[in-house]
Design a protein around this ligand. Structure first.
Ligand SMILES: O=c1nc[nH]c2c1ncn2[C@H]1C[C@H](O)[C@@H](COP(=O)(O)OP(=O)(O)OP(=O)(O)O)O1
Ligand SMILES: [Mg+2]
Length: 207
């Protein structure tokens, strides 16, 4: 049987999709979100794809750059996420620099401590996460979807689940952080899940 083809830039059951991310936390969340659609998911790591330099000045620009690089290299549709943690008292930083604040050793405790130090005694603790998803096709078509969740920067960090800045973010309406939540609880409300809902409607098999 020949591999399932895509029609009209919507993935069909049996299609292959590359997840253009090297972040294990994101890959786990996408695997859960993509379950049940009959899509065969391959990761950038499975295909030994290089990690492109994120040279754009926006979440959307970086999501497009990562998805296009993977779709071109693999000859398959590719889904990328560019995301970040934004703190009002810091003018939206670290934002697109969220991964870079943690450095090549992915030292998120240090990045969270830097936010705490820079926020200091500022009264406004508002913070949010953004996720922009890009689905890129080998023919050059790109589709982008943005999700956001608002809440508070909390200190000290708490909770043992999740990844990245999850221990210092409490979504509006409670004091529990993303790291205090189960995967299912986070996936029901997160920035990435909200962007994924838009992606689901536009790009996943409908039945
Ligand atoms: O749900 C989240 N919970 C906690 N932290 C998060 C989340 N979502 C993004 N973040 C933070 C950490 C991450 O490192 C950075 C995104 O940077 P970003 O360049 O999009 O991802 P990345 O470099 O880790 O992996 P990749 O580019 O291969 O997808 O923002
Ligand atoms: Mg990155």
């Amino acid at each position: 049987m020949s591999p399932a083809r895509t029609t009209d830039h919507r993935l069909v059951r049996g299609a292959r999709l590359v997840l253009a991310s090297h972040n294990a936390g994101k890959l786990a969340e996408f695997s859960a979100l993509l379950a049940g659609y009959g899509i065969t998911v391959l990761s950038a790591g499975d295909l030994a794809l290089p990690e492109p330099e994120e040279t754009a000045d926006s979440f959307t620009g970086n999501a497009v750059l990562k998805a296009v690089a993977a779709a071109t290299a693999a000859g398959l549709p590719a889904l990328a996420d560019d995301s970040g943690f934004c703190v009002a008292a810091l003018g939206g930083a670290p934002g697109i620099y969220s991964a870079r604040w943690a450095g090549p050793s992915k030292d998120f405790p240090a990045a969270m401590a830097r936010i705490h130090a820079e926020v200091g005694n500022t009264a406004d603790r508002s913070a949010w996460f953004i996720s922009v998803l890009c689905l890129a096709w080998p023919d050059g078509t790109v589709q982008t979807f943005e999700g956001r969740i608002d809440g508070q920067f909390t200190w000290p960090p708490h909770g043992a689940n999740g990844h990245g800045y999850d221990p210092v973010f409490a979504p509006e309406g409670g004091s529990r952080t993303f790291a205090d939540m189960t995967d299912a609880e986070k996936n029901a409300i997160s920035h990435r899940a909200r962007a994924f809902d838009l992606f689901r409607t536009a790009c996943l098999p409908q039945e």
